[in-house]
Design a binder for this molecule. Structure first.
Ligand SMILES: Cc1cc2nc3c(=O)[nH]c(=O)nc-3n(C[C@H](O)[C@H](O)[C@H](O)COP(=O)(O)OP(=O)(O)OC[C@H]3O[C@@H](n4cnc5c(N)ncnc54)[C@H](O)[C@@H]3O)c2cc1C
Length: 502
């Protein structure tokens, strides 16, 4: 018989990376008053992955939910504001060598219609301005190194994410969780004991302690000690769609003024991120080990950063890209790298962590441990992963580089997920992307605006041809008016440096 929530009050979390501490904070915040006890076990010897420095707006939602102010956590974690991501050199189409993926603002509704109209006209072959950047306030803010928080007289909310030091965020969340009552055990788990029905019964540590629980949260990182190694839940790799499986990381010094965007630049065998923190810039090259060696990747990144002769040490990492078949199996919930990972191009991992944790909390509170509740949860989380994957795959399919086999094989990859194929088809046929996105009911990932920015940003358009007389696409948007409007709006925002000083 399935246990009831009211009988399952001992929660044990394995792993003290960002995923473990996010889960601990969310659960203690929701369930402390209901008499739950939460224990988090982590091994300082094993350590955390220690990367992951960019977020989506979902991280703000998480901090708001657990009642933490930016003025409290951001300075402690060397965090900065992020307006979105620039993609540089992914496309070779003239005029489309870079574009910006903006987070949404309330202001967008005044300019997005013109953008959609121009992308529609351009898809009919009409020669209009159909690159996204001039249409979105966040793009202007990023270009000007302005922060996303408006002055008081400008009553329109601008969505934003953050950049931060992953280790410091982990430390901060640990302190907060412990202050809220989470028990913290520092020990290595050597054995996982199972009940006769296969459920997890306890974790045996190198301190000789047997930690029993009702519900186990696997935040053990890529190894997936509970969900994969113990419960043998199969892992579905995304390697046919996403070739990158490695990364090399190198910090550089902060510039005179702090930027307010992530920059993702295409390299020979992958792409490099540039993430501005308050005290340094985080850089990393995400690449495919099937196309280049780790030494070559490090040399290429060092050359790009001007660090060939520097003794700054590089960190090398492997990535397992894909997801487990079920994120909640028996009495185990997998959160973070143990449940799966999609390469960090759009910095979505912590977004998926937060969705998983809060969906689980809601499901348990409403459907208890019922099979239907669990199955519905697994379906939603799987869909969330796949829809993020589709968006990331679109970047690779859209690339038009020819300089290496890596880019050619990405561009020609025939393993295009069905939903993505439908989106590309709708775009090519000049139909409404908004309707298709709505039809696919994308819950945790990308809006029509994001999709349009991506496809338009890569210059995925037919050749220019004369519009038939009287065709609606021949109507012109006044770009000077758009520029002026965005310019006037942007005057209500101070520089990132100023906004971080408050
Ligand atoms: C190259 C790269 C770039 C990334 N960039 C981003 C980004 O920009 N944005 C983003 O949101 N995410 C990013 N991520 C993902 C992000 O780093 C992770 O999602 C996040 O750090 C959560 O990791 P985790 O807590 O699941 O695992 P980990 O950090 O690996 O933590 C695992 C924990 O489990 C513990 N553990 C494991 N086994 C045992 C055991 N037997 N006994 C006791 N303890 C054990 C470890 O000690 C550790 O505390 C990136 C990932 C990579 C690889």
């Amino acid at each position: 018989m399935s246990p009831d929530l009211k009988d399952s009050k001992n929660i044990v979390i394995l792993g003290g990376g960002t995923a473990g501490w996010i889960a601990a904070n969310a659960m203690i915040d929701r369930w402390a008053e209901k008499g739950f006890s939460i224990t988090l076990v982590e091994s300082p010897e094993i350590g955390t992955v220690g990367v992951g420095e960019g977020s989506t707006p979902q991280l703000k939602v998480f901090f708001d939910r657990i009642g933490v102010e930016e003025s409290e956590w951001m300075p402690r974690c060397n965090a900065t504001f992020k307006n979105g991501i620039s993609f540089v050199d992914w496309s070779t189409r003239p005029g489309f060598e870079r574009y910006f993926h903006p987070f949404a603002t309330k202001i967008d509704k005044h300019t997005a219609t013109a953008f959609y109209f121009n992308t529609y006209a351009r898809r009919q072959g009409v020669d209009v301005h159909a690159h996204p950047d001039r249409f979105f306030l966040s793009a202007r803010l990023a270009e000007n190194r302005q922060g996303p928080k408006p002055n008081e007289n400008f009553p329109f909310f601008v969505e934003y994410g953050y950049h931060f030091d992953a280790n410091l965020v982990g430390e901060y969340l640990k302190e907060k969780a412990k202050a809220s009552g989470v028990n913290h055990v520092q020990a290595r788990v050597l054995e996982v004991n199972q009940a006769p029905d296969g459920a997890i019964a306890s974790l045996y540590t190198d301190a000789g302690e047997d930690i029993a629980g009702d519900l186990f949260v696997d935040c053990s990182g890529f190894r997936g000690t509970l969900i994969q190694e113990t419960l043998q839940v199969p892992f579905r790799s995304f390697d046919k769609n996403l070739f990158n499986d490695s990364a090399v990381v190198l910090p550089t010094e902060q510039e005179a003024s702090i930027g307010s965007q992530t920059v993702s630049t295409a390299m020979k065998y992958g792409w490099a991120w540039e993430i501005p923190l308050t005290h340094r810039i985080g850089n990393g090259y995400v690449y495919s080990g099937s196309f280049c060696s780790s030494d070559d990747a490090e040399t290429e990144l060092r050359t790009a950063l001007g660090l060939l002769d520097s003794d700054v040490e590089a960190r090398h990492l492997s990535m397992k890209v894909g997801r487990v078949e079920s994120h909640w199996h028996k009495n185990c919930l997998a959160v973070g790298l143990s449940q799966g990972f999609i390469e960090p191009l759009e910095a979505t991992a912590l977004n998926l962590v937060c969705h998983t944790v809060y969906d689980f909390i809601e499901t348990l509170e409403t459907a208890d441990f019922s099979d239907e509740g669990r199955d519905g949860f697994n379906e939603r989380v799987n869909l969330g992963f796949e829809k993020v994957r589709d968006y990331i795959v679109a970047h690779y399919i859209m690339n038009s580089r020819e300089d290496t086999d890596y880019w050619r094989q990405n561009g020609e990859n025939k393993h295009v997920p069905d939903r993505l194929q439908q989106i590309l088809q709708i775009w090519k046929e000049g139909k409404s992307l908004g309707q298709e996105i709505e039809r696919q009911q994308i819950p945790t990932s990308y809006t029509a605006q994001s999709w349009c920015c991506l496809l338009a940003g890569y210059g995925f358009y037919p050749d220019i041809r004369p519009a038939p007389a009287g065709h609606p696409a021949a109507t012109r948007v006044d770009m000077a008016e758009i520029d002026d409007f965005i310019g006037r709006c942007s005057m209500n925002f101070r520089s990132q440096d100023d906004q971080l000083r408050v």
